[in-house]
Write a protein that binds this ligand. Sequence first.
Ligand code: AMP
Length: 299
Amino acid sequence: MQVVATFAAAREAAGDGVSGLVPTMGFLHEGHLSLIARAAAECEVVLVSVFVNPLQFGPDEDLDRYPRDLDRDVELARRAGADVVFAPSVEQMYPDGHATRVSVDALAGTLCGRSRPGHFEGVATVVAKLFGGLQPDRAYFGRKDAQQLAIITRLATDLSFPLAVVGMPIVRERDGLAMSSRNVYLSDQERHDALALSRGLMRVADAVAAGERSGTVLERLAADEMCEAPLVDPEYAELTDVANVINITRLDRPAFLAVAARVGSTRLIDNVHLDLVGDRFVPDRGVRIADAGVVRGGG
Ligand code: AMP
């Protein structure tokens, strides 16, 4: 395993084999590790980038307190099957004079784009740089960030990056909470109330499996659960078309039901993708970690 800080060193360390890239902001958990493990199963060489990207944080967001622990990340990435960890400094990623921004405006104005202006431009810019600088054959992203995944899928197509974008199921704690580096901010009571997000989404999944197709009904199932939790301040619950990231009133195409809420001072997001398989809608409830997860119990 090599830890490198420049694009040139990362390309040299990766060599010529079929390569998979897992972009992250570090403080790895089982969600990240599931992407690394899949990349290791499908590729000859796996690159993991660890970079807290200032461009995607708003002025009042948590850039300064975002959790960081590179040594731990390197060890976890190695155990999950990574060959190269690319951990550049901000100055290496954005040297003086860096002027280019990438935006996918058509998909970035809804959901999180409304409350986080500039966020997806920051994401698209850094991902385009990773794609261009590392030239992976495959790139792995979590369905946890559904709008981000849609934007990156479109970016790769529109900018003709010759790679496959792979979306992976949400990894959840045993009680259903979607894993997130930001979960460390939650107090015990907030952690308890935060379960309302996934509980509502599992109700949505049940309703879809039972034949419900009304956007209003599905959105209310998710919203009602959040409204009942005292420490949860809901931001949105929206049935959303996967391809265009627009709100839809009926489930009649591949979609996801996305929620966002503030729990105390922490902003959380979660979703359930509703995949069209043949003529049936199949909810992707994600996967729950086993008792001995790689991070906590895995030795
Ligand atoms: P982040 O470090 O939060 O920027 O996330 C890096 C990658 O890991 C993104 O593609 C995320 O969608 C993915 N990811 C984060 N949390 C999860 C999760 N709970 N399950 C699956 N993928 C995740």
